[in-house]
Structure formats: C-alpha cells, structure tokens
Ligand binder design. Structure first.
Ligand code: SF4
Length: 252
C-alpha cells in the first residue's frame, strides 16, 4: 500500500519517537493502525480514542478494542458535544469545527503531553487518518510537519510532529487494507460513507438518515436542541433548514 513514509519517519523511529495513533473507530483509522503496526516497534505505538460519548455510534469502542493489539487509551472532553452546542447557541460548521478542536484535538494533545512526560520521551508523532481524496481542503494539507504549537524547547523538551500516513490512499485501498488483515469495518459502513458522530455537521443526507433510523432517541435530542437554541445544523441556499427537513425524516 502506498503509505506516505518519508525518510524522516525512519529516523524518528530510530530516535525513539512515540507514535500516537488517533483511532476514531472509522475505516481510515482502522487501516492506518494495521499498516503502522507493521513498521513501528510495538512499544513505540500508543492508540488514543477521543470519545464523544452519546453522539458516537454505539459499539465503536468495542470495535476498536477488537481490532487492535495495543491497549486503547480513551480521552474525553469535560463538555459534551450537545452541551457545547447549547452553550454557544449554535452548531459548529465545516469552516469552524469547534467540535474537532475542542472535543478531539485538545484532549488528544493533552494526553500526548502527559503520556510523553510519563515515558520520559521527548518526541511525539500524532498520526491521523486524513486522506487527500476526502476533499480539496484536505488534499492541500502537509502530510508531515513539525507542530510548533505543541512542541516545547524551554523548561520541557518536547518535539511534536503531525503525520498523515495514509494521505495518498484511496477509499477502495482503505477497505482492501482492512480486509487484508482479516478484519471488517464497523457495521454501519454497510450503509454509511463516513462514521464518527452519528449526526456529523459534514455528513451526507444518506449517512444522517441511516443515523436517525438507528438512533431515534439521539435524533430527537438534535431536533429538540435545534428548536431550543433557534439554530440548525444545516443551511440550504443560505437559509437554515431543520434536520428533519434536511434528511426528509420526522422524529417519532
Ligand atoms: S464527526 Fe463531525 S460533528 Fe463530530 S466532531 Fe467530527 S466534524 Fe464535528
């Protein structure tokens, strides 16, 4: 498989870097983990899941545990997704993904800082399953870069890199990789294109409908929250459109 594997990664492995694999339970994380465990020594891999609680698909954590050989570290923000929306009085948008930064990235980097310190290690590689094929914005990302914001050169020495190992893989290659390891992707992929939050702000209508069919209680919470805060998850032609209307399904 066409992993993005520059020489720099090999030298970082030899320097004892710790590779923090962000695992959402989705197909990309699953394929990435399998590919990385073949090239990185076992004790230099740490698997982390940023848990979003009730807004995730039920069973995702068990799915991750079943398909990895490492311990699973679970981190969670103190504020839940729905609390965050209610506090702000609006849903995040693809351009301002406060959900990703506050509920995923921040708890993961906090975990990395603490874990690195515990291990007395100084180099962390944050591995995420972002792929160029997913969107034009993603295709413009740098697949390996030194994260100056998370690095530290004063009282504490910490070098942090962000690495996108599966940046060049296609969706077909992702599914092939998973199956080549004798595994199956999470069951919701039978209908879903993407996973993570059941009702993702970037989800397509069919994924959202599938989410609503299988999670009626959660669907009701989103619909009621939209009414309570007077803000909807989606817009159409510059106009707010309630979730029920957007996916063509009413709460029961
Ligand atoms: S899956 Fe979607 S809604 Fe959930 S945190 Fe990520 S971008 Fe936000």
């Amino acid at each position: 498989m066409n992993l993005y594997l520059p020489d720099k990664i090999e030298s970082l492995i030899n320097e004892g870097a710790i590779f923090y694999i962000s695992h959402s339970g989705g197909k990309d994380s699953q394929a990435m983990y399998n590919l990385l465990k073949n090239i990185i020594p076992y004790n230099q891999i740490v698997v982390v899941h940023a848990n979003l609680g009730e807004v995730e698909w039920e069973g995702v954590i068990d799915h991750i545990k079943r398909n990895i050989e490492h311990e699973l570290n679970i981190v969670q923000s103190k504020t839940s997704f729905l609390e965050m929306v209610e506090k702000r009085g609006k849903f995040p948008s693809p351009a301002f993904r406060q959900c990703t930064s506050d509920l995923k990235r921040a708890p993961i980097f906090k975990f990395i800082r603490n874990d690195l310190k515990k291990r007395k290690a100084t180099i962390a590689i944050n591995c995420t399953g972002i792929r160029a094929e997913e969107s034009s914005a993603r295709s413009k990302k740098e697949p390996l870069f030194y994260n100056t914001k998370e690095s530290c050169n004063k009282r504490v020495i910490r070098h942090v890199y962000n690495w996108l190992p599966i940046f060049n893989l296609t969706t077909d290659e992702i599914f092939e990789t998973i199956r080549s390891y004798g595994q199956e992707p999470f069951w919701a992929y039978k209908k879903n294109k993407r996973l993570s939050c059941v009702f993702c702000i970037m989800g397509c209508v069919s994924d959202l409908r599938h989410g609503a069919e299988n999670n009626p209680h959660l669907f009701k919470k989103y619909v009621e929250l939209e009414k309570k805060i007077g803000h909807t998850m989606f817009m159409k032609k510059g106009k707010s459109i309630p979730l029920e209307e957007y996916i063509g399904k009413q709460i029961s």
